[in-house]
Design a protein around this ligand. Structure first.
Ligand SMILES: [Zn+2]
Length: 134
């Protein structure tokens, strides 16, 4: 039996245990051969991104940073594959909200959204009151 060909290519001399398709191989190389090659496996492992879904989320007001994080891609990727929601917040404003949200998560409590909504209701009342007086 000749030496293992893949091992010999790597400069290691190992006696081959079998010949596969005319290539002498040791047990380790034979087992490696049976496993799918890693180069072919990787692109399949990365889920294909549904950009229409991403666009829907952007339209719904979700921030690009949040979408990018959940999709496992970069902000730039989201920007290039989706467009700004009609009448939606600017990316800058969205980003500020995201940062504040993260901070509230960090401190554990203090639901920012809830407090902002309460503030908005308060403002609405003030505006309505002033409008009646005007
Ligand atoms: Zn080998």
């Amino acid at each position: 039996m000749p030496d293992c060909k893949p091992c010999a290519d790597n400069g290691i001399i190992v006696p081959a245990m079998r010949v596969v398709n005319g290539v002498p191989k040791c047990d380790a190389c034979f087992r490696n051969e049976q496993a799918p090659p890693p180069t072919k496996e990787q692109p399949e492992m990365k889920p294909k991104i549904d950009w229409r879904e991403a666009q829907k989320r952007r339209d719904a007001g979700e921030s690009v940073a949040d979408i990018a994080e959940s999709l496992g891609c970069s902000d730039v990727n989201v920007y290039t594959h989706t467009h700004k929601a009609k009448g939606g917040a600017t990316p800058r404003a969205t980003r500020t909200v995201t940062r504040k949200k993260e901070k509230s998560v960090e401190t554990g409590k203090g639901d920012l959204l809830t407090s902002l909504r309460a503030e908005r209701e308060e403002l609405d009342r003030v505006i309505a009151f002033l409008e009646k007086r005007a």
